[in-house]
Design a protein. Structure first.
Length: 185
């Protein structure tokens, strides 16, 4: 069974995190979820509840709890995804400033050379944002921004979200049978 850490931060796009957790729970993947303070605020702003996320999570942690399992390199996992990733979170990770459990878990993931995926949600991007993203990419972080694909003729917002989730699951080596891929449409 795969074990994945999921960080949710204060950028718009909570729907992406919700869809990913929903699919991971159906794929028999153990999830360890931490939501930042602003991530919790975005749950409300984007019409979700903490209970909905807790129901899809195997383990949940307070963003303040730096003594949690996921804050230690001895906690084995198959990788971490931060979805959506705010530019504040990205800057914190790029500078090694583990101010909360999301950024500490990401720092540990990097130092242990495990897979780290960030799904940045910001536009337009400033030179500072691009420099931080570039720095992380050079460190091996996979940057998967939620950019819609149209070759698969999406009809709904969920179709666009499904495509993003497919990209993230692919990065973890988790195959989705029902995903619409290039050549299949």
């Amino acid at each position: 069974m795969k074990r994945i850490v999921v960080g949710i931060t204060g950028a718009s796009g909570i729907i992406y995190a919700y869809d990913l957790l929903k699919k991971l729970s159906n794929l028999d993947v153990e999830t360890h979820v931490v939501i930042s303070a602003w991530g919790k605020k975005n749950l409300e702003l984007e019409s979700y509840t903490l209970e909905q996320f807790n129901a899809l999570s195997d383990y949940t942690y307070s963003y303040r709890d730096q003594s949690a399992n996921i804050a230690s390199g001895s906690f084995l996992h198959d990788g971490m995804v931060i979805i959506p990733a705010s530019m504040k979170t990205i800057a914190s990770i790029a500078c090694g400033f583990g101010e909360d459990l999301v950024t500490r878990a990401a720092d540990v993931t990097l130092k242990e050379q495990r897979k780290l995926i960030i799904v940045p949600r910001e536009t337009p991007l400033s030179a500072i944002h691009l420099e931080n993203l570039t720095k992380l990419a050079r460190l091996g972080v996979q940057v998967i921004p939620p950019i819609p694909a149209f070759y698969n003729s999406p009809k709904t917002i969920q179709d666009l979200v499904d495509h993003e989730t497919m990209k993230i699951l692919d990065a973890f080596g988790i195959k989705q049978v029902d995903a619409k891929r290039w050549g299949d449409v």
